[in-house]
Design a protein around this ligand. Sequence first.
Ligand code: FES
Ligand SMILES: [Fe+2]
Length: 358
Amino acid sequence: MFVLNTWYVAAWSVEVTANPVRRVICKQPIVLYRTPDSAPVALADRCAHRAYPLSTGRTVGDSIECGYHGFAYGPDGVCTRVPAQPAIPARARVRSYPVVEKDGWIWVWTGDAELADVTMVPDTHWMNDPAWATVTHTMLFECRHDLIHDNLLDLTHESFLHKTTVGDDYIYEHGITVEVDGRVVTADRLMPGVQAPPLYARTMAAEGLYDRFHATEFHIPSYHVLHSGITGQGQPREDGYLIKVLNGITPVDEKTTWYYYAFSRNFAVDAAWATDELEAGLATVLQEDADALREQERGMQERPEAEHDVLIAQDAGVAKARRILSRLLAEEQQTDPRAPGTDRSGATSRAASATARS
Ligand code: FES
Ligand SMILES: [Fe+2]
């Protein structure tokens, strides 16, 4: 169901403090906290003693102490203290997850820790760049993660679902160019000689006709960056009003998905009113998507197994991404990334495929 050998956004940096916080990612309960030197830690949220959630405990120095009988675990998941006796059982340890903090997001690697590769964490620098202003949202979507990936790769839905914000009738009239680079699929649409979208026009102070573009870059399976904006007709995209929409898509379980959203812009960067206006407008856009995908999830559950999607030319990016996602899932099912160290028979092929992808 989920690709595990990858980085998922687990939280915003500001959400992770000395007070433990719980997240469920790909059905794995995880507790996040910070050590006194500010390093983020991710451990299985299940005490080795009697499975009590560690997230209900407290941190003591760089360890986390279970709130039931006081077992303490260090950042590596090894138990460092059993209050009731001096001897610490060898099995008293919890799983420790590789974790990376970058540009305001905490990323967690959910698969085989030996394969965790920090160079696979996507570029999100716009969130942190003073030349850009950023609006953020977080929303729990009541749908499987695949529906969000399809939604972002097929933006013709903007014409119908987001009529008052980012939608315009002309979007679906323009085709897409699809490119694949390893496990990254890009669906690019250019819309020459059109007006700016209603939500952005005021903040861009844009009047008249422009070349509009949006290119969804899907880093399978957990992240999309949408390169969007408008520019003068026939002018390079880099010279225009640019938007980078960063989307961290993190499955909770088969029917629930966290959506971490950052919208960075290179125009009206210091205008607080523009930030307020975009924050409100983009909340509407996200809610429209969340409502639609909740209904689509219901439709998927009601649909007989013999029925399948009817894909059209605009779904070229969707189709390519689905194929890659299926391949990654099949590869992992052969090697079982949840059980590192228990069966090393596939170790060589796992290492080789990780090298090829990185
Ligand atoms: S369940 Fe955690 S110390 Fe007993
Ligand atoms: Fe949408």
